[in-house]
Design a protein around this ligand. Sequence first.
Ligand SMILES: NC(=O)c1ccc[n+]([C@@H]2O[C@H](COP(=O)([O-])OP(=O)(O)OC[C@H]3O[C@@H](n4cnc5c(N)ncnc54)[C@H](O)[C@@H]3O)[C@@H](O)[C@H]2O)c1
Length: 261
Amino acid sequence: MASNTGDNKRLSGKVAIVTGGASGIGEATSRIFAQQGAKVVVADIQDERGNLVAGEVVKAGGEATFMHLNVANEAEWERVIADTVKRYGRLDILVNNAGMSGPKGREHVEQVQRENWDAVMAVNATSVVLAMKHAIPHMRRAGGGSVINISSIYGIVGSKGGGAAYHASKGAVRILSKMAAVQYAVDKIRVNSVHPGFVESPMTAELHGRPGVREERESLTPIGRIGTPEDIAMGNLYLASDESSFVTGTELVIDGGMTAQ
Ligand SMILES: NC(=O)c1ccc[n+]([C@@H]2O[C@H](COP(=O)([O-])OP(=O)(O)OC[C@H]3O[C@@H](n4cnc5c(N)ncnc54)[C@H](O)[C@@H]3O)[C@@H](O)[C@H]2O)c1
């Protein structure tokens, strides 16, 4: 991986792609990575918001650029990775954070509509294998890398409210990460999954606005509050940095103690 350039920032000299970088956890991750010296590609389907985030990073003295990416589309992955390497010369960090839940992700088993299932699996799970397929050759060439796949506590435990496709897709991300960790350790490419608990973001805003939902989630969380995107981004920062050079194939649960009980 890139060496520290001496300014004591935790990601100096590294190049990162953050999917879903226009909003929520991805936005916080993009900003924090750039503050820590990374050159960040903010990749998302939300062009306006993504450009805004990248522009604000640059205004604050960081390095970032927005690239349009539908993570379910392999040709778009090839383009974004090629453009990243062309622009910044290398690829060290990949954060597969883009994801969807919503009504499609929340269908219980007996309600599952095949096209909705396929859509959620494509964005939440298939995207991760497409991304790694095209990123790994560049990481190998750079001498190593860190892949951070955003799963969920719903990729570890079941729930009464969660949907079939969301749970299944997040479980797939968890085990795919472990498999890739074992197979690419030889190339010094680390692969870990991150499992957020209940987090306040545009994804959960509508749900948390329903009567009683936020209160119920707070009471299910021992720490007694909903998480922030920054709570998760700080875990991503650790896994992206060389501080975690002996960490691969792990599950970093950031959930206020929710799944400890
Ligand atoms: N918020 C939570 O409580 C929570 C809990 C556990 C896991 N997560 C996971 O964290 C990740 C980020 O979620 P968030 O809460 O920040 O949500 P968010 O809705 O704020 O952000 C998700 C981003 O992904 C982008 N996106 C969606 N589909 C895409 C596609 N096909 N291609 C490219 N970009 C796409 C959206 O445009 C958005 O910018 C997701 O994978 C989510 O499943 C969130």
